[in-house]
Write a protein that binds this ligand. Structure first.
Ligand SMILES: Cc1cc2nc3c(=O)[nH]c(=O)nc-3n(C[C@H](O)[C@H](O)[C@H](O)COP(=O)(O)OP(=O)(O)OC[C@H]3O[C@@H](n4cnc5c(N)ncnc54)[C@H](O)[C@@H]3O)c2cc1C
Length: 452
């Protein structure tokens, strides 16, 4: 059986390696950080009040994540995956929080969030979804390339009008994808709406989302603290240059450079990092990777002595007209066993503007921004007993207007680097499910390449 190296130990790379191993291949994952999991892992924060589990990156999975559900069963984790206890949402308008629910247009129509005129335009979104239904397969976003012509801002203005856009859809999309509607594609938003409307009960793993990646990492050989700096492939196999450090993730004195040879390699890195590592890309591949973009952003966790009574929701979204400086707030203590009984665990995503302004500021300044922002909303002033600030770069792939045709051309390319496959969320969608699915597909592709 072939030897395959998987570069990157996020959910895409780990799933790929796990599949290849089950098919009998000799596989190894090389991961730069001291722990595998990438943007899907959990860490424990110990406080006098007890232990909190902070999910780094992904916060929840969903019942509609069909490939992940199969992996969960195969790993024996079914009993440890639970629905999130409370999945209701609220949106701020004119200083008041309005309960809403992102998975039902009927519920939106009943809420007091929007004027009657704005509500009457909502069915137009359903019409738009129906009109394009043949092209809207969330697992194959490239099929929507032909309708990927306008930004979300323009699409929403055309379909539902300005009021519903600003107070309903933009808050929902911005707080999910950490980007402004001018930077997102309208076709991508339709794909996401289709994905959510086809069944999306939120779920969480007992004790943290990292359970999935941790379990996968226990079943495949993973070399952590190992940064891949160069990859070359040809028809005979792959050659990688790696830098290992005892102080993982930081280069410096004591680093060791080595070469690794394999029959094939899977690159499971965020797409924006690929061309910096793979020297032997074809011109078409190079041109695609030059167009892959990721947003960068910041998330701040607040742990409180008691769960705030002002937050009976799981998610709170802040329209930009309310000028809060946050896209949204997730109330994590509704997830199973992530906070001591009765304690509060929240995370707030900063807007792109606020995150840029605070990029080089100390963590304390980021925490102060979040506390001050929330103090001006009905959430009120919080007094955390512990905090954590995560600065993400890259954070999430940006499905900007015009990206899907680039993706379609890349997936259909004739000239492919030999013995090389790619996996990662930028190939299907900015969710753990799509990263996992890309890992499965890469495993199938590379198994064929080494067999032929
Ligand atoms: C804040 C945030 C919230 C999110 N919320 C959700 C959510 O609620 N639900 C959901 O489904 N999805 C969510 N997502 C998206 C989801 O986390 C990602 O789509 C998914 O985890 C990406 O997996 P991946 O394997 O493609 O990439 P990654 O997880 O980024 O894996 C890539 C790995 O490569 C490693 N690496 C990088 N460079 C090198 C190198 N040179 N050599 C070796 N290793 C290297 C990295 O350390 C990393 O471990 C969220 C993401 C973020 C950031």
């Amino acid at each position: 059986m072939a030897s395959v190296v998987v570069v990157g130990g996020g959910v895409a790379g780990l799933t790929c390696a796990w599949r290849l191993r089950r098919a009998g291949h000799d596989v190894e994952v090389l991961e730069r950080e001291p722990v595998a999991g990438g943007r899907m892992r959990s860490e424990r924060v110990t406080t006098p009040r007890g232990d909190f589990v902070v999910d780094r990156g992904a916060q929840f999975v969903a019942s509609g994540y069909r490939n992940m559900q199969r992996v969960v069963d195969a790993l024996g984790l079914r009993a440890r995956l639970h629905p999130v206890a409370n999945t209701s949402n609220a949106i701020l308008r004119d200083g008041m929080l309005h309960a809403g629910d992102y998975d039902s247009l009927v519920a939106f129509a009943r809420s007091r969030l929007l004027s009657t005129g704005a509500k009457l335009r909502l069915p137009r979104l359903l019409f738009e979804l129906a009109r394009h239904r043949r092209r809207l397969d969330p697992y194959h976003p490239e099929r929507a390339a032909g309708i990927d012509r306008e930004t979300l801002a323009r699409g929403l203005a055309r379909i539902v009008g300005e009021e519903a856009a600003e107070y309903l859809f933009v808050p929902a999309f911005s707080s999910t994808f950490d980007a402004d509607p001018e930077d997102l594609s309208s076709a991508f938003a339709l794909l996401s709406a289709r994905f959510v409307l086809s069944g999306f009960q939120l779920q969480a793993f007992d004790g943290g989302i990292g359970l999935l990646t941790q379990t996968l990492a226990e079943q495949v050989p993973v070399r952590t603290g190992c940064e891949v700096t160069a990859i070359e492939t040809n028809a005979d196999g792959a050659r990688l240059t790696i830098r290992s450090s005892r102080h993982s993730g930081q280069s410096g004195a004591g680093d060791r450079e080595d070469r690794v040879l394999a029959d094939a390699v899977v690159v499971a890195l965020p797409g924006s990092l690929v061309s910096g590592v793979v020297a032997s890309l074809t011109p078409e591949e190079k041109s695609f990777f030059a167009r892959v973009r990721y947003v960068r952003g910041m998330v701040c966790f607040l742990m409180t002595e008691r769960a705030p009574e002002t937050l009976p929701w799981y998610g709170v979204a802040f329209p930009r007209r309310e000028d809060v400086g946050l896209y949204g707030l997730a109330v994590d203590h509704h997830k199973p066993r992530v906070a001591p009984a009765g304690a509060g665990l929240l995370n707030a995503a900063l807007t792109a503007t606020a995150a840029e302004r605070l990029r080089d500021a100390p963590d304390a300044a980021v925490v102060a921004h979040v506390i001050e922002a929330l103090a001006h909303t009905p959430v009120g002033r919080l007094d955390p007993i512990a905090t954590a600030v995560h600065r993400w770069d890259p954070m999430l792939p940006l499905f900007y207007a015009g990206y899907l045709p680039q993706l379609a051309a890349f997936l259909a390319r004739r000239e492919r680097s030999p013995r090389l496959a790619f996996a990662g969320d930028y190939l299907i969608g900015p969710y753990t499910e799509m990263a996992l699915t890309s890992g499965m597909r890469a495993a199938t592709e590379i198994a064929r390449a080494v067999a032929g």
